[in-house]
Write a new protein. Structure first.
Length: 321
């Protein structure tokens, strides 16, 4: 496993970050077995959210951490202030604070290593948001912060405000990044930096030392090998249908074919090529993954060692030039 550091967090962070949306207290044995297997692969950073399972995700992950006595070894990436059906605009100091306090009680810990706002609300000025996050950092409840599905322009605006007012800036941003580009956003308020349209944002992040925690490297299962142009009407589950709508189109089929070809040539899996593509970008990147068993954890851990040249990345994106 490879590791890195971000300002404010006094622990090393694994370059692969395990998602925990599947963790529930009524399946605690499954959670414990899964997270034990992931941790054994050297993955010590875990992506959680206030809204996952109405709090069950955070309770379950907290139970695992505390039962193993490994709080000092584990990095919690917590997310909050996501809109819901009752309150569509929750990116405010009130709801940010409420979600942080809820999460701390659920985890049964007194701090969250990295706290990321799950969505943005561009109608809200950045000033009160940054001031709120900075206050929680100063009180030790969170150690660093950033935004998920924030545009680079809004992150820049927040960090300009922080600099002008002597506050801590955003150190992290969590957009989508994958070899496959999105035809449309999978859920409302999602931000992607994939493909040619995301190039300027990717360059801004690289130039301004904002770390990326990217989601959906496998494009919602597009790089699982299950999808072909001829079988798209055969899928029945919600997430599979969503993958068809978002990723199964146009140039992505060529990217999938080239990824398959490269996987054969290198003797690795298709998923490892897709993940390796993300991890070999020039930005400072941590990839969010969601493995469900020990074999998937081991397969993902191998992908972190895969080295791709600039020419190979360009070929995966565009084919022969």
């Amino acid at each position: 496993m490879k590791y890195g550091r971000i300002p404010g967090v006094d622990k090393k962070l694994s370059r692969l970050v395990q998602g925990t949306i599947m963790c529930q207290t009524d399946q605690q044995d499954f959670t414990n077995e899964l997270l034990d297997a992931v941790f054994e692969q050297g993955i010590n950073t875990f992506d959680t959210a206030h809204g996952y399972g109405n709090g069950e995700c955070e309770r379950s992950v907290g139970e695992w951490i505390n039962s193993r006595g490994i709080r000092d070894e584990v990095v919690i990436l917590g997310k909050g202030a996501h809109p819901n059906r009752d309150v569509p605009h929750r990116v405010t100091p009130y709801y940010i604070s409420a979600d942080i306090n809820d999460s701390l009680h659920r985890f049964k810990t007194d701090y969250i290593d990295l706290y990321i706002l799950h969505r943005d609300d561009p109608s809200v000025p950045v000033g009160p948001i940054v001031e709120c996050l900075h206050e929680h950092k100063e009180k030790g409840r969170i150690h660093a912060y950033g935004g998920s599905n924030w545009s680079a322009a809004r992150v820049a605006e927040a960090n300009t405000y922080a600099k002008e007012h002597g506050l801590t800036p955003f150190v992290a941003s969590s957009p989508n990044l994958s070899l496959a580009t999105q035809l449309k956003e999978p859920w409302s308020g999602c931000v992607s930096v994939s493909g040619p349209d995301g190039k300027a944002d990717r360059e801004w992040y690289a130039q301004n030392d904002v770390t990326l925690f990217t989601w959906s490297s496998l494009a919602g299962g597009f790089f699982s090998g299950r999808f072909t142009p001829d079988n798209l009407d055969s899928f029945e589950t919600y997430l599979d249908k969503l993958c068809v709508e978002v990723y199964c189109y146009g140039d992505n089929w060529g990217r999938l074919d080239r990824a398959n070809q490269m996987a054969e040539e290198k003797g690795v899996s298709l998923a490892q090529i897709a993940l390796g593509y993300v991890m070999n970008q020039p930005q400072d990147i941590y990839a969010l993954i969601a493995v469900y068993n020990a074999n998937e954890a081991a397969d993902s851990a191998k992908a972190i060692e895969l080295e791709l040249t600039v020419d190979e990345i360009n070929w995966l994106e565009n084919g022969a030039q």
